[in-house]
Ligand binder design. Structure first.
Ligand code: NAI
Ligand code: SF4
Length: 442
C-alpha cells in the first residue's frame, strides 16, 4: 500500500474537527518544531525533503524559503495561495474542505520556520463555505493554544488571517495575489524583485500553495530524508491529483510520484480506466495550462518506455518547457471529445481572464479565441491554423506573467498533435458543425 502523507486519515469521521485531528496525531509537528527545533532546522528538513511547489511551477520549496530576505526590523510574511482556479484542478479545495487542520498545522510550522508572525490564507472567493470551515478550524486551534500569543509557551506568536479572493483567475498568480491582498486590483507585478525580497507591503514574503504547506507537518515529524525517499528522482514525495473527464472514477487521489500514467488511468486504485466501450484519445495532465498529450505519446511507447507521473516526464517535446504535472488537474478524453472545441474553450477562458496589462497576452488571447471560434463554427480557412501557431509563438515568453504562456501552450500543442482535426473542420464545415460531430480519423 502506497504511503499517504496528506490523506491517510481523510476518511476518519470528524477529521475536520480539532479533537479528532488531534487524536489522530495532529499538531505534533507544531509541538516538535516549536519545542525542539530552531527555525533554521525546520528549513533544513524542508530543503532535504526536495518537496517542490504543488501549485504548478514545481519550484523547490526549501530553496524558495532560503531565498527569503531577512532585513532587521522588517516583518516577514507567509501567504498561502488557496486561489485554486485552474480548470480541472480541485485538489486544494478537497484538502481544505476535508482536513482543514492539516493546512493550519502546516501554516504554523512553516510560519515559525520563516519567522513570520502574521500569515494569510488567500482563498478563492467562490469557496465561501471553505472559508467558513477554515475560520472555524483556526478558532479551534487558537482556543487550544496553537495560535495567538506565546504558542505552547515557546515565545512564538502567530496570527492567521483568512482572506477571500474576488474570483479572478489571475489572482492565483503570486504577485497579483499580493496586490489583491493589499486591496488593489489584482495585476501581476514585474519580477524580479521576487516576493522573497519584496512581497506583501514590500516586505519579504513566501507564497506557497495549500498542498505544499500541508506537506510540512509530515516532513517535520518524519524528517526530510524520509520524504525524499518517496517518489522518484527530483520528483519526491506524493502528489494530489484531481482526475476528471472520461474515466470510470473521477476524484482526488494521492499518488506516489513516479507511477506510470498508464497505471494512473487504468488501475482500479486510481481512475479505473476509460468509460466502457470507449478508448483514450488524449490527456491534459496538469490543468489547462499544459500541452495536450495524445494517447500514442502515453500508451505503447517504443522500447517499452513509460510516461511517469513526475515533473519531468510529461513534456510533449514542443516549445513548452514548464513542468507538465502542473497544478495536478488531470483530464482524460476519449474519442468522443472534440479537440478543436476543447482548445477553443480554454482559449475563451484565458481571453476572459487576461488582466490586459501586456499586449501579447491581451491581444493574442483575443485573436486565438476569435480564430478558434471561427474554425469550430465551420468558418475557418487553412491559413487560420498557421495563424494560431504564429500568435501562440508571439505570446510565449513575451508577457509579464505565466498566463500568456499558459494560453499559448494548449493551442500550439493541440495543432501540433491534432492538425488533421483542425483541417477537417476547415474542409468539412457542414459535417463538423453538426451537433456532437467529432473527427474520428481519415
Ligand atoms: P515561476 O516558475 O515563475 O515561480 C515559481 C516560484 O518560485 C515563485 O514563487 C517565484 O517567486 C519563485 N522564484 C523563482 N525564481 C526565484 C528567484 N530567483 N528568487 C526567489 N524566488 C524565485 O511560476 P509561478 O508564476 O509561481 O507559477 C506558474 C504555475 O502556476 C504554472 O505552471 C501553472 O501551472 C500554475 N497555475 C496553477 C493554478 C492553480 O489553480 N493551481 C492556476 C494558474 C496557474
Ligand atoms: Fe496580465 Fe496576461 Fe500580461 Fe499576465 S500575461 S500580466 S494576465 S496581460
Amino acid at each position: 500500500m502506497a504511503v499517504k502523507i496528506l490523506t491517510e486519515h481523510i476518511n476518519v469521521p470528524g477529521i475536520n474537527t480539532f479533537d479528532v485531528y488531534r487524536k489522530m496525531g495532529g499538531y505534533t509537528a507544531v509541538e516538535k518544531a516549536l519545542k525542539k527545533m530552531t527555525p533554521e532546522e525546520v528549513v533544513e528538513e524542508v530543503k532535504k525533503s526536495g518537496v517542490r511547489g504543488r501549485g504548478g511551477a514545481g519550484f523547490p520549496m526549501g530553496m524558495k524559503w532560503s531565498f527569503l530576505a531577512k532585513p532587521e526590523g522588517v516583518p516577514r510574511y507567509l501567504v498561502c495561495n488557496a486561489d485554486e482556479s485552474e480548470p480541472g484542478t480541485f485538489k486544494d479545495h478537497f484538502l481544505m474542505r476535508e482536513i482543514p487542520h492539516l493546512l493550519i498545522e502546516g501554516m504554523i510550522v512553516s510560519s515559525f520556520a520563516l519567522g513570520a508572525n502574521k500569515s494569510f490564507i488567500y482563498v478563492r472567493g467562490e469557496l465561501m463555505y471553505v472559508i467558513h470551515i477554515l475560520e472555524k478550524a483556526i478558532a479551534e486551534a487558537k482556543a487550544a493554544g496553537f495560535l495567538g500569543k506565546n504558542i505552547l509557551g515557546s515565545g512564538y506568536d502567530l496570527e492567521l488571517v483568512v482572506q477571500p479572493g474576488g474570483g479572478a483567475y489571475i489572482c492565483g498568480e503570486e504577485t497579483a495575489l499580493l496586490e489583491s491582498l493589499e486591496g488593489k486590483r489584482g495585476n501581476p507585478r514585474n519580477k524580479p524583485p521576487f516576493p522573497a525580497v519584496k512581497g506583501l507591503y514590500q516586505s519579504p514574503t513566501v507564497v506557497n500553495n495549500v498542498e505544499s504547506i500541508a506537506n510540512t507537518p509530515w516532513i517535520v515529524n518524519n524528517g526530510g530524508d524520509a520524504y525524499a525517499s518517496l517518489g522518484i528522482g527530483r520528483s519526491t514525495g506524493t502528489k494530489l491529483i484531481s482526475a476528471s473527464g472520461h474515466i470510470n472514477k473521477p476524484g482526488v487521489y494521492e499518488i506516489p510520484l513516479g507511477i506510470t500514467v498508464e497505471d494512473f488511468i487504468y488501475a482500479d486504485e486510481w481512475c479505473g480506466g476509460i468509460r466502457p466501450g470507449h478508448h483514450l484519445k488524449a490527456v491534459i495532465a496538469g490543468g489547462s495550462s499544459v500541452p495536450i498529450l495524445p494517447a500514442h505519446l502515453i500508451l505503447n511507447l517504443a522500447n517499452g518506455d513509460k510516461r511517469l507521473m513526475t515533473y519531468e516526464s510529461l513534456s510533449d517535446g514542443g516549445f513548452a518547457t514548464g513542468t507538465m504535472l502542473g497544478s495536478g488537474g488531470f483530464i482524460a478524453m476519449d474519442e468522443t471529445a472534440c479537440v478543436v472545441r476543447n482548445t477553443w474553450t480554454f482559449a475563451r477562458f484565458y481571453h476572459h481572464e487576461s488582466c490586459g496589462q501586456c499586449s501579447p497576452c491581451r491581444e493574442g488571447t483575443g485573436w486565438m479565441d476569435k480564430v478558434l471560434e471561427r474554425i469550430e463554427h465551420g468558418k475557418g480557412n487553412m491559413h487560420d491554423i498557421d495563424l494560431l501557431v504564429d500568435v501562440a509563438k508571439k505570446i510565449e515568453g513575451n508577457t509579464i506573467c505565466p498566463l500568456g504562456d499558459a494560453a499559448a501552450w494548449p493551442v500550439a500543442s493541440a495543432i501540433r498533435h491534432f492538425r488533421d482535426e483542425f483541417e477537417w473542420h476547415v474542409k468539412h464545415p457542414q459535417e463538423a458543425t453538426q451537433p456532437g460531430a467529432v473527427y474520428r480519423g481519415a
